[in-house]
Each structure stands twice: as structure tokens, then as C-alpha cells.
Write a protein that binds this ligand. Structure first.
Ligand SMILES: NC(=O)c1ccc[n+]([C@@H]2O[C@H](COP(=O)([O-])OP(=O)(O)OC[C@H]3O[C@@H](n4cnc5c(N)ncnc54)[C@H](OP(=O)(O)O)[C@@H]3O)[C@@H](O)[C@H]2O)c1
Length: 285
């Protein structure tokens, strides 16, 4: 049986949908934090396991009888490596054969503040001796509207990048890649894939694409991270939102997303959706 964690989240539920659509006989279980969060999945025939990464006994119980595990990285950033370690140790104790994990692109270069937990988790997985497949995901293309804020309305996009390009890939297609991998685990044994779309773009280029697609001039300013943080603070945004935005900005500025590989194309069996396509759909909604 395949257990997918974060099963009620975006990536987890989309992966489950692809798995069930492409393999009607797939034996799929989903880890969620409460029965209510698993209700929709249960209706689709997914077996529900309840557990929280921070609660080892709950995870120990949830992984019983599982052969293949997709550990979707926690969205709760505090103590994230420890949370993942709980899952990996429980998987080892339960004799799970294969762990799939969602990491960040070029995790071992530790260019983003987000990379450290992922790099540490990758090491824990390798040290566990369990077969693994690691998908080092670029940032989600679906998050572009969040990065843009009100740029489409104001015609001005101020965001730090220090001239670096960013590679964004569709989360929906990442889910498809994960489902393909889970259905053919042996083929992907002890592999690490860099999951990016076919091209990285500078934020200047993205602003140009938005202008072209929307028919409205969008100018771009490459401001510093401290200027960005100050502007968000002055706008009265909640502290947590500012922290996440600053982390994203630092990731861009450090060039942590300025990478392009063809792994996603190979694993999808077609060219991943490019940013131009996404932007033309998004700007004309
Ligand atoms: N590449 C990117 O651009 C990007 C962007 C954002 C996040 N991520 C990472 O990718 C992961 C998947 O993305 P997503 O869009 O599917 O995120 P999401 O929709 O927020 O889903 C996260 C899932 O993780 C579960 N979770 C969080 N903390 C947990 C814990 N302590 N124990 C058990 N489950 C826990 C959540 O459960 P609840 O519903 O109970 O909270 C939810 O099911 C995220 O968790 C994050 O690590 C990547």
C-alpha cells in the first residue's frame, strides 16, 4: 500500500487524484491530521490514516502495513527536520521499502533559507537505508499571483531578485510526476530529480510577459530585501506573512531558483507548462 502524507493538501490531493485516475487498482492511503480532513479522500476510496509529524506514536501507527511512502514536506516550518525525522524513523521501524520525498531545487547548495531542512531531511532519508526517490521542486508557478501582489492593478512590481532568474513549475504537473513515480517505484529507486520547468526567467522578463499578456504596462523594480521588508511592514501586513515574503525574496536574491533541468520533461513525458502559457491564462482571467 502507498501512503501519501499531506494528503488533504494541494500537492498530496492532486497526486492522489492522478494515482487513482491512472491506476484504478492502486491501493492508496492518505495521512491527515483529523478524520474531518480525510472525509473527501475517504469518499474517493482512499484509506485514511490519522497522524501528525510532531506526534511520533501517531505516525508509528499510521505507517503500519505501508510499502511505499510519499513524505510531503511539512508546511509547519518550526522544527521541520524533526517532524520529518519522526516519519523517516517510523518508516524504518515499520519496514517500509521506499520513501519518496518532496525537497527544494538544488537543496544541497543551501542557497535558500528553506534549503537547510530539506538538505537535512535528504540526509536522514539516505542514512535510513530505505530506498528513496527525491524530487527537488522549484517554486510553484501557481504562487506567481502571490509574488505579484497588486502589480497588475498598479502597473508596478517591486520585488527583490538581485537580477537573478527564477524557475517556476506547475504544482499540478509536479503532482503528475509524483504519481508517475509512485506507480513505478522500482524504476526510480535511489534517484534525485530536479523538478523545474524548461526555462528560468528574470523578474524583468516576467514583468514584460505580464505587460504583453495583459495589454497594460507593468514596470519592475529590483529593490533590496530590507526595502521590501520595510514596505511590507509599512503596509501593515501580518508578521508571519512578512516573514514568508522575506524568505521568498531572499530565495530569489540568492539565485536559489535560477536552475533549469530536463528531469521534469523526462518524467512527465512532455514539455512542462511554461511561464508564458501560465501568464497568458492568468492575465486574461
Ligand atoms: N515549491 C513550492 O513553491 C512550495 C510552496 C509552498 C510549500 N511548499 C512545500 O510543499 C509542501 C506541499 O505543498 P502544498 O501546496 O500541498 O501545501 P499545503 O496545501 O499547505 O499542504 C500541506 C500539507 O501538509 C500537512 N501538514 C502540515 N504540517 C503537518 C504535520 N505536522 N503533520 C502532518 N501533516 C502536516 C497539512 O495538513 P493540514 O491541512 O492539517 O495543515 C497539509 O495536508 C508544503 O507542505 C511545503 O513544505 C512548496
Amino acid at each position: 500500500m502507498i501512503l501519501i502524507t499531506g494528503a488533504n493538501g494541494h500537492l498530496g490531493s492532486q497526486t492522489i487524484d492522478f494515482l487513482l485516475t491512472n491506476n484504478s487498482d492502486a491501493d492508496v492511503a492518505g495521512l491527515v491530521r483529523s478524520a474531518e480532513k480525510g472525509a473527501e479522500l475517504k469518499e474517493k476510496g482512499v484509506k485514511i490514516r490519522i497522524g501528525d509529524y510532531t506526534d511520533y506514536p501517531s505516525i508509528e501507527k499510521a505507517v503500519q502495513g505501508i510499502d511505499t511512502l510519499l513524505l510531503i514536506s511539512s508546511s509547519t516550518l518550526k522544527g521541520r527536520t524533526d517532524q520529518h525525522n519522526n516519519v523517516i524513523q517510523a518508516a524504518k521501524e515499520a519496514g517500509i521499502n521506499h520513501i519518496f520525498y518532496t525537497s527544494i531545487v538544488e537543496a544541497d547548495k543551501e542557497l535558500s533559507l528553506l534549503s537547510r531542512d530539506h538538505a537535512a531531511t535528504e540526509k536522514l532519508i539516505k542514512n535510513s537505508g530505505i530506498s528513496y526517490t527525491i524530487y527537488r521542486n522549484a517554486f510553484y508557478m501557481e504562487f506567481l499571483p502571490l509574488f505579484l501582489g497588486d502589480a497588475l492593478e498598479t502597473g508596478h512590481w517591486a520585488f527583490p531578485s538581485d537580477g537573478n532568474a527564477i524557475n517556476l513549475a506547475l504544482r499540478l504537473e509536479m503532482a503528475e510526476v509524483l504519481a508517475n513515480g509512485l506507480a513505478n517505484a522500482e524504476e526510480h529507486k535511489n534517484s534525485i530529480y530536479e523538478i523545474t520547468s524548461a526555462q528560468a526567467y528574470s523578474l524583468e522578463e516576467i514583468a514584460d510577459m505580464l505587460s504583453e499578456a495583459s495589454g497594460k504596462e507593468i514596470s519592475y523594480s529590483d529593490i533590496s530585501v530590507s526595502e521590501f521588508e520595510q514596505a511590507l511592514t509599512e503596509a501593515g501586513l501580518p508578521e508571519e506573512q512578512i516573514a514568508i515574503s522575506v524568505m521568498t525574496a531572499t530565495t530569489f536574491v540568492n539565485g536559489a531558483l535560477d536552475f533549469t533541468y530536463d528531469d521534469m520533461q523526462k518524467l512527465l513525458g512532455r514539455k512542462p507548462t511554461g511561464l508564458e502559457t501560465y501568464i497568458s491564462e492568468f492575465a486574461n482571467q
